[in-house]
Write a protein that binds this ligand. Structure first.
Ligand code: SAH
Length: 366
């Protein structure tokens, strides 16, 4: 029989994004394909569509080679081997915190490092994933942006953080938070493709309502996201009650002023009918005064929302300090009194620098 090459340049051009290709452009990376793309790929190779489902399921069960896909014929496995690969993240290190939280350092195929955090809650297991290597947003209190943006992650690299952690822990992940390094709404196409991949029944089968995407407030993308994924929870990194304070600590605020941001949040709640979460890192002497908190209460008045107060986690470069837990408790009480539901976040993994804002590319230290 004549040897058949599944991947012609043509197919690659149609369905494989450049970042999904090998350097020599010979093998396509199935990890970066949605089920629809995989079906197209498999169809063009002359195979039945259900094969795509089988392969997709194997990938999400953590198969890294075609040999593991035991319900595919040997001939098909050989054919796949010639034309495709499953390019996975490499696990470099795992640090486990006393509370069971695990911080994973992964290496991408092109030598970048990204971090993800595994957390156990009463309601299930959650993974906090990174959406970019590095971050361009430059928030003054956050370690993840110190080196700037390195590059966007692909959808497959986002999904593989979860697949790899399931494989490593032997635990099923039920919740995802896109709150690691990077600004997910600045990597919109990969983010939404990733959501489809993990939501797919044949993928990780994770409900959209169990997924939270956090943004520092990229307003146009928020509007688009509300239309495209109304069931996904949205969290806003607010951290300040006015432009003066916000401009000082979050440069993005100069582009998207707070009034416009809050208007977009109200619109989001109206459109989706879902509660929005505001993250507010309490920074001593910066955003935790009585006036600031009163202003915050006024800003959020009447909105279906929830405020997550996080006493700032230490980042040695920033020189900023977190408010005390006592102050955080007082603030929570005040906001609750104004009808704003609020919690002081229990920090997981801060002893291994896995808490909010502590993820950084400090590989040298590993
Ligand atoms: N870029 C997105 C996703 C990152 S989420 C966003 O800004 O929402 C990470 C969360 O941790 C954000 O709310 C971020 O503002 C917060 N954070 C960053 N540094 C922190 C720190 N030192 N202490 C507590 N929270 C921090």
């Amino acid at each position: 029989m004549e040897k058949q090459h599944v991947c012609t340049e043509d197919i690659c051009d149609i369905i494989i994004p450049p970042e999904g290709r090998n350097e020599d452009m010979m093998k396509v990376n199935l990890m970066d394909m949605s089920l629809a793309e995989l079906s197209e790929f498999v169809g063009k190779a002359g195979e039945k569509p259900f094969r795509a489902k089988q392969i997709f399921q194997w990938i999400y069960r953590g198969a890294a080679t075609f040999d593991e896909m035991t319900d595919l014929s040997k001939a098909l496995r050989v054919k796949l081997e010639e034309s495709a690969e499953i390019k996975c993240l490499e696990k470099e290190t795992v640090q486990t915190s006393s509370d069971g939280t695990g911080k994973y350092l992964f290496r991408t195929h092109d030598g970048n490092f990204i971090e993800s955090v595994f957390m156990k809650y009463k309601y299930g297991n959650s993974v906090c994933i990174s959406s970019q290597a590095g971050c361009a947003m430059g928030c003054s209190f956050c370690a993840s942006g110190i080196g700037g943006l390195v590059r966007d992650l692909t959808a497959g690299e986002m999904a593989d953080q979860i697949v790899s952690i399931e494989k490593d822990t032997g635990e099923k992940i039920s919740h995802i938070v896109v709150m690691g390094t990077g600004e997910p709404l600045n990597n919109y196409d990969a983010l939404t493709k990733f959501l489809d991949m993990v939501h797919a029944e044949e993928g990780l089968n994770i409900g959209l309502r169990n997924i939270t995407v956090s943004t520092c407030g990229i307003i146009p993308a928020m509007k688009r996201f509300a239309d495209d994924y109304p069931q996904v929870n949205l969290a806003i990194s607010l951290h300040a009650p006015n432009d003066k304070i916000r401009n000082e600590i979050m440069p993005v605020s100069r582009q998207y002023p707070i009034d416009e941001l809050i208007a977009a949040c109200r619109e989001h709640v109206d459109k989706t009918g879902r509660r929005i979460t505001f993250e507010y890192a309490l920074i001593r002497g910066v955003n935790d005064s009585k006036e600031a908190i009163m202003q915050l209460a006024n800003l959020l008045r009447g909105m279906i929302c929830h405020v997550n107060l996080i006493p700032l986690n230490d980042i040695k470069e920033s020189g900023l300090r977190g408010s005390s837990r006592l102050r955080a408790g007082e603030i929570a009480e005040f906001l609750e009194g104004r009808g704003i539901p609020c919690t002081v976040r229990r920090e997981l993994g801060s002893d291994i620098d896995a808490a909010c804002g502590q993820l950084r590319l400090n590989r040298i230290e590993y």
